[in-house]
Design a protein around this ligand. Structure first.
Ligand code: ZN
Length: 142
């Protein structure tokens, strides 16, 4: 069933409709100190049918800063805003989920084993290794 929502965030007003997709998700992610928490809103359908995958819509992926607030409400009707995206994530395209680069843009793209269609590229892995090293150094010194 199609539902329409309104999100006010950092002076942006986003009107989103799930277009009949199964799930509309408003997600505030907490994360490690080197990565800011993010606000995202997306709608998705059933991915189990790989022949006829349902479109995923992402309206917003924004880094959150202390003091940020947002307002979320359900509307009876409205016209949807075009999705606002940090970078396009297509679940059926082989691309890094961290930086958005495709298989052709990087040396190696590693596919996740547990979660279907999840990928990370060599560049992001190298960054992760640096972050892990830094975190280990910090722990040693405390
Ligand atoms: Zn990457």
């Amino acid at each position: 069933m199609t539902k329409v929502y309104k999100l006010n965030f950092k002076g942006k007003e986003i009107i989103a409709t799930n277009d009949g997709l199964d799930t509309l998700q408003l997600l505030v992610s907490g994360s490690m100190e080197d990565y800011p928490p993010q606000l995202s809103m997306s709608a998705s359908g059933d991915y189990s049918d790989r022949e006829n995958p349902t479109e995923e819509k992402i309206w917003i992926i924004e880094d959150l800063e202390p003091g940020d607030s947002f307002e979320f409400s359900y509307l009876k009707s409205g016209v949807a805003t075009e999705p606002v995206q940090a970078h396009k994530i297509d679940p059926f395209v082989e691309q890094c989920f961290f930086c958005g680069k495709s298989k052709d843009d990087v040396e190696v793209l590693i596919e996740g084993k547990e979660i279907l269609t999840s990928y990370i590229c060599n560049e992001c892995v190298e960054k992760c290794v640096d972050v892990i090293k830094e975190e280990r150094e910090k722990k040693k010194n405390t």
